[in-house]
Design a protein around this ligand. Structure first.
Ligand SMILES: *[C@@H]1O[C@H](CO)[C@@H](O)[C@H](O)[C@H]1NC(C)=O
Ligand SMILES: *[C@@H]1O[C@H](CO)[C@@H](O)[C@H](O)[C@H]1NC(C)=O
Ligand SMILES: *[C@@H]1O[C@H](CO)[C@@H](O)[C@H](O)[C@H]1NC(C)=O
Ligand SMILES: *[C@@H]1O[C@H](CO)[C@@H](O)[C@H](O)[C@H]1NC(C)=O
Ligand SMILES: *[C@@H]1O[C@H](CO)[C@@H](O)[C@H](O)[C@H]1NC(C)=O
Length: 411
């Protein structure tokens, strides 16, 4: 442990974790570690604010606010008119970055969405009807000498609009980076919702939430991370998402070169199956910190930062010309000047979302107004610290200490 950088040691000593978490400089650390770079999804077309917001409602099965529902319906109608088809609907292409994994023997290479807000590893498969496959690489259990069907097991994930993905289950070898689980539950799709069919380079999802919410019936299966965590140098992974460029996921260690300053640790509430935590409050720009408990989850699979209505309206009140736009079902503001930073607390530390990262997408063709990356969590039941928040930080998901750590990094 002598090789710990001072900063890390100090931060960890405060929580009594110093001995448990190796850094990469630790000479004993390298058997159970892996580092994975994301790749850009070539089907990703452009950002669209209301669609990104709608996707969160879909994912968590929450009723969509009426304005948003109407905004999406209008958008689809326009798409249909311009293209004569809804097949190019960019909603289907909004996973900007994907991560490679391999499944089976010999290995079949797939690229999937690493999602800390769900707990299933499901992939496109040869069991699907070919009309539901549009360019994705499919998992073929028949081509793998190590696949073994889990008799009688099925899975089904239902989305907010009633559509669903479902299929059966195999145990097979799964490798990410140089970490291998020989007997991982791989949920082979028989049916996927159209959102996935039209995302032609996204072969599935790898859930990094807690296994308690795994969708396999009758016996829920462990996530890849739950299966591998005991063999890692430390039972954790770190998420380093970037703005406009691929980020990375590291397993089993904390890279001291990936962040600056101290890591702020906060306890995790996993009772809903998510990486839940409570932020003590927020500030707008250089304004005073306001105590306001915010319960939310850290979710790489959600694009925006969704917060309680009172917090969101307090933020936009500080931007001249910002308003809730019922036509778009969300807050918009003049793209220039740059809006103030949004700051939220993590235990005694703070995380700053720079103002320019709050501009999620153009909200009109003239690029005068921008759709905010911060929107309300109305109806979802908790806040969601999605990519807009995660991209600002180096974030540690520590299953050993059941805590999240947020640290600043060079942006
Ligand atoms: C696995 O990959 C990590 C990070 O890329 C590396 O540090 C480690 O040495 C590798 N371990 C093995 C056993 O190859
Ligand atoms: C595997 O091959 C068998 C025999 O050809 C076939 O019946 C079955 O549907 C195939 N399974 C998959 C998952 O492709
Ligand atoms: C199965 O393996 C055969 C022979 O290696 C290959 O030609 C075929 O493309 C594979 N099928 C899939 C779906 O990967
Ligand atoms: C990090 O934590 C240590 C120990 O609590 C403290 O002395 C130091 O000032 C902190 N550094 C920063 C950059 O906040
Ligand atoms: C906000 O919370 C902190 C920490 O609990 C406390 O010390 C402070 O007095 C509170 N401020 C206000 C204005 O209530």
């Amino acid at each position: 442990m002598l090789l710990f950088p001072t900063i890390l040691t100090a931060a960890l000593a405060a929580t009594g974790m110093a001995a448990a978490i190796p850094s990469r400089d630790d000479t004993t650390a390298n058997k159970g570690t892996a580092s994975l770079l994301q790749v850009r999804n070539p089907s990703f077309e452009f950002r669209h604010g209301p669609l990104a917001l709608a996707k969160a409602y879909q994912k968590f099965g929450a009723p969509m606010p009426e304005d948003l529902r109407a905004a999406i319906a209008r958008f689809r109608q326009n798409q249909k008119r311009t293209t004569g088809t809804i097949a190019t609907d960019p909603e289907k292409h909004d996973v900007e970055y994907l991560t490679p994994i391999s499944v089976g023997t010999p290995s079949q290479d797939l690229v999937v969405d690493f999602d800390t807000g769900s707990s299933d590893l499901w992939v496109f498969s040869t069991e699907m009807s070919t009309s539901d496959i549009k360019g994705q690489t499919v998992y073929d259990p028949n081509n793998s000498s190590t696949s073994e069907k889990v008799q009688g097991s099925t899975w089904k994930i239902t989305y907010g609009d009633g559509s669903s993905s479902s299929g059966d289950v195999y145990l097979d070898t799964v490798t990410i980076g140089n970490l291998t689980v020989p007997s991982q539950a791989v949920e082979a799709a028989k049916k996927v919702s159209s959102e996935f069919t039209d995302d032609s380079h996204n072969d599935g999802l790898l859930g990094l939430g807690f296994s308690a919410i795994n969708a396999v019936e009758p016996t829920p299966q462990n996530t890849f991370f739950d299966n591998i965590k005991g063999s890692l140098d430390a039972p954790l992974f770190t998420v380093d998402l970037k703005h406009g460029t691929p980020g990375s996921f590291n397993f089993g260690y904390i890279d001291p070169a990936a962040y600056i300053g101290n890591i702020s640790w906060t306890p995790v509430d996993s009772s809903q199956g998510y990486w839940g935590f409570t932020s003590p409050g927020y500030a707008v720009g250089t304004g005073a910190f306001r105590n306001h408990s915010i319960s939310g989850i850290a979710d790489t699979g959600t694009t925006l930062l969704l917060l309680p209505k009172s917090v969101v309206s307090a933020y936009y009140k500080e931007i001249q010309g910002a308003q809730y736009d019922s036509d778009q079902g969300g807050y918009i503001f003049p793209c220039s000047p740059t809006p103030p930073d949004f700051v939220f607390g993590v235990n005694k530390g703070i995380v700053t979302v720079p103002g320019d990262m709050v501009s999620y997408a153009p909200a009109d063709s003239a690029n005068q107004n921008c759709f905010g990356g911060i929107q309300t969590d109305t109806g979802i039941g908790f806040s969601i610290f999605g990519d807009v928040a995660l991209k600002t930080s180096f974030v540690v998901f520590d299953a050993g200490g059941l805590q999240l750590g947020w640290a600043a990094k060079n942006l």
